[in-house]
Design a protein around this ligand. Structure first.
Ligand SMILES: CC(C)(COP(=O)(O)OP(=O)(O)OC[C@H]1O[C@@H](n2cnc3c(N)ncnc32)[C@H](O)[C@@H]1OP(=O)(O)O)[C@@H](O)C(=O)NCCC(=O)NCCS
Length: 208
């Protein structure tokens, strides 16, 4: 237990510049939610599903962080602020992942079995982002605040927007395939041009 608390202090001190003293770690909902998740997950693995859910639901009411006891979570997870965070039953989270408030690692409602995302090591999911379905977010990737991600993301990527789009990979910007707003096709002019050409051809034929 002492070791776990020391680890949590190190994680929060590393990732939240707002913390001023080690004692503050006990005030973080993330601290409570992750300790309780570890306990609930052990019960879930032993098939004590009701007791596992009881712990998870009570913790959700107290912290605003709902982690299903079936989720698989690695070392060093940090959930900053915590309000409205949901982690689904078949979600898999690697090591050193950071989630902000309002993040959902959920299902699309269209899949059965493994239906929640897999987040590889060192992923950051910004506030309010929704990562949905059995997709994989590659290691070291960042999901921008407010994004809705429905497809796999390669490692070392930045994804933003709705639906989420990779805008950076290996720290290099990816140009967007923007619509050319200036040189738009004009179907009426094209038809008139074709008619002009046809009339000119007919006039030439008549003259001949
Ligand atoms: C995505 C993010 C991690 C920045 O990643 P980055 O790799 O440094 O990306 P950049 O800042 O270079 O931005 C790349 C492009 O995405 C755009 N962008 C960045 N974040 C965005 C977002 N959340 N939504 C939409 N577009 C966004 C930028 O404007 C930029 O567009 P441009 O290329 O047209 O100029 C950051 O903007 C973010 O959203 N962090 C979330 C932090 C958070 O949740 N904090 C809560 C604290 S309480």
């Amino acid at each position: 237990m002492f070791e776990t608390i020391k680890q949590e202090i190190a994680i929060i001190r590393d990732r939240d510049p707002a913390i001023k003293s080690d004692m503050e770690v006990f005030l973080y909902p993330s601290f409570k939610a992750i300790l309780k998740y570890r306990k609930a997950h052990k019960l879930y693995e032993k098939k004590h599903y009701f007791r596992a859910r009881l712990i998870s639901q009570r913790t959700a009411r107290k912290t605003g962080i709902e982690i299903h006891p079936g989720a698989t979570i690695g070392k060093g997870l940090f959930i900053d602020h915590g309000h409205g965070v949901v982690i689904g039953e078949t979600a898999i989270i690697g090591d050193n992942v950071t989630l902000y408030q309002g993040v959902t690692l959920g299902g699309t409602g269209k899949q059965k079995g493994k239906r929640h995302p897999t987040l590889e090591d060192n992923v950051m999911v910004g506030c309010g982002a929704k990562v949905l379905g059995d997709i994989t977010i590659g290691a070291n990737s960042m999901i921008g605040a407010g994004s809705v991600v429905l497809n796999d993301v390669p490692p070392n990527s930045t994804v933003v927007g709705v639906p989420g789009r990779v805008v950076k990979r290996d720290n290099v910007k990816i140009p967007s395939a923007d619509l050319d707003q200036v040189h738009l096709p004009d179907p009426v002019m094209n038809d008139i041009q074709q008619l002009k050409e046809t009339v000119a051809r007919l006039v030439k034929q008549m003259e001949e």
